[in-house]
Design a protein around this ligand. Structure first.
Ligand SMILES: Cc1cc2nc3c(=O)[nH]c(=O)nc-3n(C[C@H](O)[C@H](O)[C@H](O)COP(=O)(O)O)c2cc1C
Length: 407
């Protein structure tokens, strides 16, 4: 693939060296287009050496080869990492006063951007409006992650890690290439699915977690993608190998979100672009308000952990729902019999306000970690719309059948 990597002026530019390196190592032809400011962070020599191509910031170099247009029109994929607030604003406004801006206007390839900036800049209404504009135009936004920032602050604004950028970009390119795939009953539906179990840190070595393997959510994502949907899969912790097929599916883009707070941000962003949202992840209800910097040691035999409630992601998604969006929740319940399971499901469906709730019974032997599952689907009439039992894929397909009946 012919990949253009735009680099703008943030400290995170040093991480983009690894993005370029990974793409080159995987056999892609990579052309780096830095902004002039970004060269104060990582210089031309580094980009030329690792991309093995000449690098310029100016539209006035290689004029005879019409380089200012050629890069954009040749590209199969364009990545901008880091994307500064400034470069995002210029992209949203279509400003083309440097080679990166011209390339972005000249291309019809998928564009993937990885924003990086201080939290205050990210949260600013101007940046958020620019991000919304870019999303509407089909630009894929990866991150930003929540974590330590340059200067000692911490919060959303950190560029996601290089391997995540590469995975998201290649998935976007695969989806783009597969756009002519045969039509089927979910064709062109944009779907956001969460999966896995979050892990809430307690100290550097411990966390509060749960037994979710991620299998059911991944089955939901694969079923949707196989039936023609474009899927944004947000995965918390999953068992080994569970994500494998999803990572290679041309219509699935995988993003990782390991804590409840990361999952909240990732699903809000994903659902802003989705026709259907399926929240299958097991998100911790509680977290530790202050994560210890050091390993908590054994002292007098008793340790007390304070826990605070995490945001209810599903309720937040329902409150911010887009017109026409269908929202599906999963409820894992312990119940003595089917009647109790049904009652719990009906109560939970109305409390969460979702269009459909997949209720499955969990226990030491059921639901978690297993390949098989059983679920009943409660809709907004508070009726059990359908049942499913079998492999997690069978349950996933039954879920999509129920969603299609609702839509
Ligand atoms: C040390 C340093 C770090 C910076 N980091 C960022 C950053 O992470 N994100 C950002 O949006 N701007 C950052 N800036 C500000 C940008 O470099 C500045 O807005 C510049 O005009 C961006 O130009 P460009 O988008 O053309 O590269 C930083 C500036 C300095 C001096």
């Amino acid at each position: 693939m012919f990949v253009v990597v735009g680099v703008s002026g943030g400290i995170a530019a040093y991480k983009t060296v690894q993005v370029v390196r990974a793409l080159v190592t995987n056999g892609h032809e990579v052309h780096v287009v830095p902004t002039a400011d970004s060269l104060r962070f990582v210089g031309t020599a580094t980009w030329e050496a690792i991309s093995r191509h000449p690098v310029t910031t100016s539209v006035h170099d290689d004029v005879a080869e019409v380089r200012h247009v050629a890069l954009g029109t040749s590209a199969d994929l364009v990545i901008v990492a880091p994307a500064t607030a400034n470069t995002l604003a210029k992209m949203a406004a279509g400003i083309s006063d440097n080679l990166l801006g011209v390339t972005l206007l000249a291309t019809t390839a998928p564009v993937v951007v990885a924003p990086a900036m201080h939290t205050a800049m990210w949260d600013h209404a101007a940046t958020q409006a620019n991000i919304a504009t870019l999303r509407e135009r089909g630009v894929h936004i990866v991150g930003p992650a929540d974590g330590p920032l340059t200067g000692g602050d911490s919060g959303p604004g950190r560029m996601v890690e290089p391997d995540e950028i590469v995975a998201a970009a290649l998935a976007a390119a695969r989806r783009f290439a597969a756009a002519g795939a045969p039509a089927s009953d979910l064709a062109d539906l944009r779907v956001a699915v969460s999966t896995g179990g979050t892990r809430e840190p307690i100290d550097p070595v411990r966390f509060l977690g749960n037994r979710s393997s991620g299998k059911q959510g991944v089955a939901v994502a694969l079923a949707a993608a196989d039936r023609g949907a474009y899927v944004h899969l947000v995965a918390a912790h999953v068992d080994d190998g569970v994500l494998e097929k999803a990572l290679h599916h041309p219509r699935i883009a995988v993003e990782r979100a390991l804590t409840a707070v990361e999952m909240d941000a990732a699903m809000r962003a994903a659902s802003a672009e989705a026709d259907v949202v399926v929240m299958a992840a097991a998100v911790a209800d509680f977290s530790v308000p202050e994560v210890s910097d050091v390993k908590i040691r054994k002292e007098d035999g008793t340790v007390t952990l304070d826990l605070v409630e995490n945001p209810d992601i599903l309720i937040g998604l329902v409150q911010d729902r887009r017109p026409g969006q269908t929202i599906v929740g999963f409820a894992a319940e312990t119940a003595d019999d089917d009647a109790e399971l049904r009652e719990r499901g009906i109560r939970k469906r109305s409390r969460k306000g979702v269009d459909l709730l997949a209720v499955n019974r969990v226990g030491w032997q059921e639901g978690f970690e297993t390949a098989e599952n059983r679920a009943l689907f409660v809709d907004a009439t508070d009726e059990v719309a359908s049942h499913a039992a079998g492999t997690k894929r069978v349950v996933a397909d039954a879920l999509w059948d129920a969603v299609l009946r609702l839509r």
